[in-house]
Design a protein. Structure first.
Lengths: 179, 1042, 462
């Protein structure tokens, strides 16, 4: 018990997607909740294995786009008809067809920026420090190895049992992640 | 200039301007300042408002410039009182004065801001131009401020001063007191009564003294010819207003005759086509080159110079005995005879006396004398001889003291005289001879004289001169001399009295004596106001007999013939250092910064030369290398050479520019050379023209010219409809033919938008009408615009890149093939002020936008220089400051600028603004007046008096509105350009007389009215009136069809 | 049941990825270019040349700011010169990058994987070069910000009806979105580099850029959504940008500009020249770093096919322009076409016909498409051709418009040329730096590719 206070969690290493996905599924079914699966590329089936809820990124894109578009259009209408109404080439002040291109561009800009930064925010990125980086093996997570993490904060976490459980899943190696 | 001003600072004083101070302190003036804004408009007590600040600023500027004056003189110059009396500092003053060209006067109204002349225009009261201008009148302002002007007295190139000179000249003259032999004066043509009387007095004081004149543009041939014909010493002038049929034998009366501005006006008044017009005068031109007069002709025949004498003789026969004649001569003769007493035949001053004699007889037969041809004693004084006679005396030792006033013989003298070396040798004998030159510049002649005295510009001096019709015109200074310079009158007076007296004193003395009445003061004042001497004066000096000059020998033929002409831009070379005129595109050739050998397309083929190829021209034992330029309409086998270029001491602008044609000009053949040899030699020269599309080395372009010109009934698909031309008969048959050349009018108004008509209806609606019938292509408008709007000069290299800055240009289109063009058309193109302006739509920063009066406004300070507007301008009237063109360093040029117009920086687009500064000034004046009159109306005793005041107010404001002119319009000698308010309902007079229409509004309703590129639906506010020609049925109309 | 740890995915080899690559090998090969390998002689030579060109550019720009745009050959009537030609050309080149990474991604084209990274980089640098020119082009460049809507005491605004303002928004949006798209794609690879880098500074630098990426499943989940949507945005953006550029001309009423065909055929032309540039970059790249296994003949061949297609569209554009000119019966349009083909700039016109219409026809032949050297040559010819096209469109239309009196010519000065070649130098300069410091091929996506290719039928993870 005392040890479990010192560490962040246990990290099981796999070298192929299939056993990795399989193991993840097992772990979740075993009742662990605070687990994470870390891989060098998005492994198909992992989302299902973790039962991830649908993310809210698309919504952010939508809102950003709407905001960008509206603000773009009304900026032009405001400036041309109210703030700075002036006869340009005999064209009407409210010449909306001419406002379309900018409206369109600003829609894209709004959506893109909101979406990209929204995604990072939801991912809590940038995150300069994370306990995982204390684990030397973890460097491989960005290259060719797949890791399954069970946090010590998990209710069912018990250092010895969990380690054995992970071994039973056929992990190549199991390392403790210091806090 | 810096040094000279610092030298002269101690001796400055405010005397010269005291009068202005006094004037600006008159109770009347103070009342006006008080009244400028009625109670309520501004509260005088709430501290210095912006306006009061500006007023103080202007006043202090005026004061500052007071101290700028240099000479210790105290004299009054008289404001021209056309302006209403409400004058405040910061507002322009107008003064009448006169300028001379080869001695002949033109009336000038000078606009003066804070004591600096910034604009010159014609004097409406002066018969020589009736308020219009020519290019020289507009551009000579730059001469006044030219930093290259000589600034100090020099002796053998070493700086000296007037006192030293006086110290030298006094004993010399004292020595001549008894007979005065050896004293000689050389001037240009003199018409100034004062100067002539001074010369007379000088000759009576020094009996041996002799006076010679030298003028490269001498009108001697005319006098000789008429003397042979009539035995009288006379010169002709012409009354075109009475002439129905005109035949010009090589007479460019729209350009180089004295009084050409007046001639142009009268001539065009006889040609204006309005609804219902059924007759116009007819002009036949036979000429040895292609001139702007030729472009106005209804029938034009290029002719080699050698044939004019014969032609004149044949014509004389034809008119005396019509049955004998044949060919076009018969047609012309019949036409002339059919219009006895209403016809006019004239010959150019360059034609030999024989031709002038013949022309006299022709006019005599036609009974034109005293009807359209008016003879009078020569306006110019008669010297004791010409340059040749002077040189005779110089070589024989008959002269030891020589004064050269103004004229520049070392450059302009006939080459066979080799005056240059003669004068040099003469000046070298220091112990014996004294040579003095009074000149505006330290030029070729001054260089060969011992003394150089700086001469005043006419805007700095008191003088007088006679106009082409003898009108005595006064010259009063607009500004104290910028440098230590003196006028010719003052120099003559020095010779007479031995003292340096102020010019005004001399003038007053002379005219007081001439007038001899007690009321001299008031007459003098009124004369200065008008710019014309109104008092009595003894008639022009009796003409002394002068030995007839040997007329040119019968000309050889075969080889090329040379034609020497004054340059259309720099005259005989006097304006060589004037950058405005150098950069001005010459009529027809559109050449700038150079002269060239103008040859016809056929001659070019014969010589195997194209534009810019060097030619070797050998005339007798003289020869010259000069590049060729193909000018359609020049007779074959002749070469037209413009004088005035190739100077070697003109100044920083003019030195070394162009080719010196004087090298070929001999006293025997001053105007034409019969048998010259011309051949193409190695090498080409870089000639720059502002538009070159009619050169023949690109066929397609050469042909395209006729594609821009459209005649009735033609619907060529590739026709650009830019120039619409018809004959008088076509117009009478179908007055609406021009409209029919258009697409159906309504199509141009198809739009989805409401537009701004509602707004335009409730404001002034500025518009312009340009009459292609009247435009003679004289370029006056271009320079008027340039001085009014501070337009920079960019130099030959930039012009060659197509970067000239003129806001208005005169496009020239030829009809027919380059070998023998059948007609030539001028089309002035300023900004068209489109109501649906394409330029505005594409400007990303809104630097060019529309105002409620329909002006397409250019906001210099907002422009970032994307140049998109220029790309999208179908008329290409926008000009861009590709580099820093405006001169921001030269002090004197700063003085010249119009303070109402921004000086543009690099990277900014600019264009014609309809002279918006003038529009605004007028609008403000009208508003002030209205407010004031309303004030009076309120305080009126009864309703009918109030009504009367309102009526008067409306009329006054209408007058202000009608007086509003753009610079180009004001300058135009033929009133081809008319600007004004199109919106009758917004004329102040409208309530009183609803049917009132401004002139421009009437013109827009004329049947000949059309706009450029109407299909683009830009709705230009500038429109054109089609050109109507009046060909003689006898000669045939074919050549007026393509 | 447990899977034996010995079994590791290995690519079975296909026309987009050679056989025998597992995750480690892919990662190693690509990252080593950045981390281990020395900059080769070829790289150093290229870098030297590009630096020299950048210096020339610096001189040209300094002198430009000193004297004004008058140092160029522009005049009235030809008020637009090289600056705009180069602008349109560079913008066009950029388009292929976005097209590859966005369009092909949406269409699940597996062959995009190994070329999209440097294609996107190419886009960025091209947009950077392009974005430079409108600024240099201004008469008063120091006032460029007047084209942007910003609060100012005069309450002045840009004139939103002007296509140039549309340009400002389109190009800046394009630049920003491309950058974001590119960077988001880079994050996992940056993490890889962070974890593989030997030197401490490299670890820190890549570490900061990687934003602490851990490859967590939850991250991947949101990441993929965002990437997909960004691609979905970039696709219409790439079309809009060059349409707007096309409208710079279509919105004017100049004969030769005022034509509805412009937006579509500008876009086609853009992708046309863009793929030419992709090939120009890919062929030396795969040669210099031995990436033939990743950038295979199939990649090159597909690019060639796309060039052929877009080239045909462009050719149609030329044809349509001439045809409508004739059909309109409008004297100005008709003369404009005559003037292009027979006027003073006929040489340029026929040169562009040769480069853009005739040359691409070679690509009908499979042999040509698979001949790397020939492909490189053709792509270079096409880029010259596309530059000439912009030159002809801009110059010949301005040179002779409505009033013959104001016709003129345009002769580029040495400063025009210096700026053009200088911008090429700047582009190469940036690209070479990119190759040295960032993975030119997306490692994460390559690993994905390995995974997909290694999976045979019935080998699904249970």
């Amino acid at each position: 018990m005392s040890a479990s206070g010192q560490i962040y969690g246990l990290l099981a290493e796999f070298d192929a997607p299939a056993p990795f996905v399989h193991a993840t599924e097992q772990t979740r079914e075993a009742g662990y909740t605070r687990i994470d699966a870390l891989s060098p590329f998005p492994v198909p089936g992992l989302d299902e294995a973790l039962r991830l809820p649908p993310n809210r990124v698309p919504l952010i894109f939508l809102l950003g786009g709407i905001f960008g578009g509206l603000s773009g259009f009304f900026m032009q209408v405001y400036s041309c008809t109210y703030s700075y109404p002036i006869n340009v080439g005999g064209r009407p002040l409210y010449s909306w067809p001419a406002f379309i291109p900018i409206t369109f561009e600003l829609t894209i800009l709004g959506a893109g920026l909101a979406g990209a930064f929204g995604m990072l925010a939801l991912n809590r990125l940038p995150m300069p420090y994370h306990s995982l980086f204390n684990c030397p093996r973890f460097d491989l997570a960005s290259q060719d190895r797949f890791f399954l993490l069970i946090e010590s904060a998990d209710a069912r976490f018990e250092l010895q049992q969990t380690r054995e459980f992970l071994q039973s899943l056929g992990a190549l190696s199991i390392s403790e992640v210091p806090k | 200039m810096e040094t000279s001003s610092s030298q002269s600072r101690p001796q400055r004083s405010a005397h010269y301007w005291k009068s202005l101070e006094q004037w600006s302190n008159t109770p009347e003036f103070r009342r006006l300042v008080q009244d400028e804004f009625p109670p309520g408009a501004t509260d005088p007590d709430d501290g210095p408002t912006r306006r009061t600040f500006l007023k103080t600023l202007a006043a202090s500027m005026a004061l500052a410039s007071l101290t700028g004056c240099k000479r210790k003189i105290s004299e009054t110059i008289v404001p021209y009182v056309r302006q209403p009396a409400e004058m405040t500092p910061g507002r322009p003053l107008y003064f009448a004065t006169s300028m001379t060209l080869s001695g002949y006067a033109q009336g000038v109204i000078a606009t003066s801001r804070e004591g600096r002349p910034i604009k010159l225009d014609g004097n409406p009261d002066h018969p020589a131009n009736l308020g219009s201008s020519d290019a020289f009148l507009q551009a000579t302002l730059l001469d006044l401020y030219d930093p290259d002007r000589s600034q100090t007295v020099t002796r053998a190139g070493v700086i000296s001063d007037w006192d030293t000179f006086v110290g030298v000249i006094r004993p010399r003259l004292a020595g001549k007191a008894k007979d005065g032999s050896g004293l000689a004066i050389l001037t240009e043509t003199v018409t100034s009564p004062t100067l002539l009387s001074q010369i007379r007095n000088l000759k009576s004081k020094f009996p041996g003294a002799v006076w010679f004149t030298h003028d490269p543009m001498s009108r001697r041939n005319i006098r000789d010819g008429l003397r042979d014909a009539t035995g009288r010493e006379i010169l002709p002038r012409f009354d075109f207003s009475k002439a129905a049929v005109i035949l010009s034998l090589d007479c460019d009366f729209l350009f180089d005759e004295p009084g050409h501005s007046r001639y142009a006006r009268d001539f065009l008044d006889g040609r204006r086509i309005r609804a219902g017009t059924e007759r116009m005068n007819r002009l036949y031109v036979v000429e040895s080159t292609h001139t702007i007069t030729g472009t106005m002709a209804d029938h034009r025949w290029p002719m080699r110079p050698s044939q004019f004498a014969a032609t004149a003789a044949t014509l004389l026969e034809a008119v005396s005995n019509p049955s004998a004649a044949q060919g076009w001569i018969k047609a012309v003769a019949d036409d002339l005879l059919a219009n006895k007493q209403r016809s006019l035949v004239l010959a150019g001053a360059n034609q030999p006396p024989a031709v002038h004699a013949a022309v006299h007889h022709i006019n005599d037969v036609l009974g034109n004398i005293d009807k359209t041809v008016l003879y009078s004693a020569p306006v110019e004084g008669d010297p004791d001889g010409s340059l040749a006679d002077l040189m005779g005396k110089m070589n024989s030792g008959g002269v030891d003291t020589l004064f050269i006033v103004g004229t520049n013989p070392c450059y302009t003298a006939h080459v066979d005289l080799s005056f240059d070396s003669a004068l040099e040798a003469f000046s070298k004998q220091i112990d014996k001879n004294l040579t003095v030159r009074l000149g505006l510049y330290d030029d070729e002649t001054s260089f060969k004289c011992q003394w150089h005295l700086p001469q005043t510009h006419f805007l700095e001096e008191w003088s007088d001169a006679r106009a082409y019709d003898g009108t005595i015109s006064t010259v009063q200074p607009l500004i104290a001399p910028l440098y230590a310079s003196r006028s010719a009158v003052e120099l003559m007076d020095l010779l007479l009295t031995g003292y340096l007296r102020p010019g005004q004193e001399i003038l007053r003395e002379f005219w007081a004596e001439q007038h001899g009445q007690p009321d001299f003061e008031s007459i003098w004042r009124r004369s200065l106001e008008k710019g014309i001497w109104l008092g009595k004066s003894s008639a022009a000096p009796p003409a002394t007999q002068v030995s007839p000059r040997t007329s040119a020998k019968p000309a050889a033929t075969g080889a090329f013939e040379l034609v020497f002409r004054a340059d259309p831009c720099i005259w005989d070379g006097v304006y060589c250092n004037n950058a405005f005129l150098q950069e001005l595109a010459k009529p027809l050739t559109k050449l700038t910064w150079d002269n060239a050998a103008l040859i016809s397309a056929n001659s070019a083929k014969k010589l195997g030369a194209s534009n810019g190829d060097m030619l070797q021209i050998t005339a007798g034992d003289q020869s010259l290398q000069i590049p060729a330029w193909i000018l359609p309409g020049v007779p074959d086998d002749t070469v037209t050479l413009h004088l005035g270029y190739g100077r070697w001491r003109a100044g920083s602008v003019g030195t070394g520019v162009g080719f010196n044609v004087y090298k070929l000009r001999t006293s025997e053949h001053p105007w034409f050379f019969p048998g010259a040899e011309v051949r193409r030699i190695e090498g080409t020269y870089f000639l720059v023209a502002t538009h070159t599309h009619q050169t023949i080395d690109q066929r397609r372009e050469g042909l395209l010219d006729s594609d821009v010109i459209q005649h009735p009934g033609e619907d060529k698909i590739d026709n650009r409809n830019l120039v619409r031309v018809g004959t008088l008969r076509q117009f009478v048959d179908d007055p609406q033919f021009v409209k029919k050349l258009d697409e159906p009018e309504k199509r141009h108004h198809l739009t989805l938008y409401a537009g701004y008509d509602a707004i335009y209806k409730n404001n002034f609606a500025w518009g312009m009408s340009i009459d292609m019938q009247s435009c003679i292509g004289c370029n006056a408008c271009i320079l008027a615009c340039q001085t009014e709007n501070n337009i920079p000069v960019v130099g030959k290299e930039q012009v060659s890149l197509g970067r000239e800055m003129h806001w208005i240009r005169v496009d020239t289109y030829y009809e027919g093939d380059p070998e023998s063009p059948t007609a030539t058309f001028h089309q002035p193109v300023p900004c068209q002020q489109c109501e649906n302006a394409p330029c505005e739509l594409v400007c990303p920063v809104g630097a060019t936008v529309h105002d409620n009066e329909g002006l397409n406004e250019m906001v210099f300070n907002r422009c970032v220089g994307t140049r998109y507007c220029s790309n999208n301008c179908p008329y290409k009237v926008r000009r861009f400051n590709f580099l820093q063109y405006a001169d921001r360093t030269t002090e004197t040029l700063k003085l010249m600028r119009n303070p109402e117009v921004t000086v543009r920086s690099r990277g900014v687009m600019e264009k014609c603004s309809y002279c918006i500064q003038r529009i605004v000034a007028t609008r403000i004046d009208m508003e002030i007046l209205q407010v004031r009159m309303d004030e009076q109306a309120r305080s009126a005793t009864g309703p009918d008096q109030a009504a009367a005041i309102q009526k008067q107010s409306a009329e006054l404001r209408q007058k202000m509105l009608d007086n509003l002119q753009t610079a180009c319009q004001q300058a135009c000698p033929t009133q081809a350009i008319v600007f004004g308010n199109l919106n009758a309902s917004h004329d102040p007079i409208h309530e009183i007389s609803p049917q009132h229409l401004s002139e421009v509004a009437q013109l827009k309703r004329q049947p000949l009215n059309y706009s450029l590129l109407p299909d683009l639906t830009t709705q230009p506010r500038t429109t054109y009136l089609a050109r109507i020609q009046n060909p003689s049925p006898a000669v045939g109309e074919e050549k007026f069809r393509t | 049941m447990t899977t034996p740890a010995t079994e590791i995915d290995v690519s079975r080899g296909s026309d987009v990825l050679a056989a025998g690559y597992d995750y480690a090998a892919v990662t190693e090969k690509i990252s080593s270019v950045v981390l281990l390998r020395k900059s080769g002689r070829a790289w150093r030579f290229g870098f030297t040349v590009s630096v020299l060109l950048v210096m020339i550019l610096t001189c040209a720009v300094s002198y430009l700011f000193l004297r004004g745009v008058g140092i160029w050959g522009i005049d009235i009537p030809v008020a637009w010169g090289f600056a705009i030609v180069n602008f349109v050309w560079w913008i066009g080149i950029g388009h292929a990058g976005t097209f590859i990474s966005a369009m092909l991604f949406l269409m699940f084209q597996d062959w995009r994987t190994s070329i999209n990274r440097f294609a996107e980089a190419m886009t960025l640098f091209a947009v950077a070069c392009a974005g430079m020119f409108p600024l240099l082009h201004l008469g008063r460049p120091w006032e460029f910000f007047w084209l942007l809507p910003y609060p100012n005491t005069m309450w002045l605004w840009p004139q939103f009806r002007s296509p140039l303002v549309w340009d400002v928004f389109a190009v800046s949006t394009y630049g920003i979105i491309s950058l974001v798209f590119w960077f988001v794609g880079l994050i996992p690879d940056l993490a890889t580099l962070r974890d593989r880098a030997q030197s401490y500074p490299a670890r820190v630098a890549y570490g900061i850029l990687a934003l602490g990426w851990r490859g967590s499943a939850r991250h991947w989940n949101r990441y993929r959504t965002a990437y997909l949507l960004l691609a979905g945005l970039a696709a219409p953006l790439v079309v809009s940008v060059h349409s707007v550029v096309g409208m710079d001309f279509a919105a004017a009423q100049l004969p030769g500009w005022h034509s509805t065909i412009f937006p579509p055929y500008f876009v086609a032309g853009a992708i046309f020249s863009g793929f030419a540039m992709v090939l120009t970059l890919a062929i030396p790249l795969r040669w210099a770093y031995g990436l033939q296994d990743f950038i295979t003949i199939r990649h090159l061949e597909n690019c060639a096919k796309l060039m052929l297609v877009t080239g045909l569209i462009v050719a149609y554009g030329y044809g349509a322009e001439a045809f409508y000119g004739w059909l309109s019966g409008n004297e100005f349009d008709m003369y404009m076409n005559v003037n292009r083909a027979l006027g003073r700039y006929r040489i340029e016109y026929w040169m562009l016909i040769f480069c853009n219409v005739l040359t691409p026809q070679l690509l009908w032949f499979r042999a040509v498409r698979r001949n790397v050297g020939l492909l490189l040559l053709i792509s270079l010819v096409i880029q010259v051709g596309m530059w000439t096209e912009r030159f002809v469109i801009i110059i010949t239309s301005l040179q002779r418009d409505f009033l013959p009196s104001s016709w003129g010519m345009y002769y580029p000065t040495r400063w025009d040329w210096a700026t053009l070649f200088g911008s090429v130098g700047l582009f190469v300069f940036c690209f070479l730096l990119f190759v040295r410091f960032l993975p030119a091929i997306s490692m994460a996506e390559m690993r994905e590719l390995v995974h997909e290719q290694s999976r045979g039928p019935g080998k699904e993870a249970a």
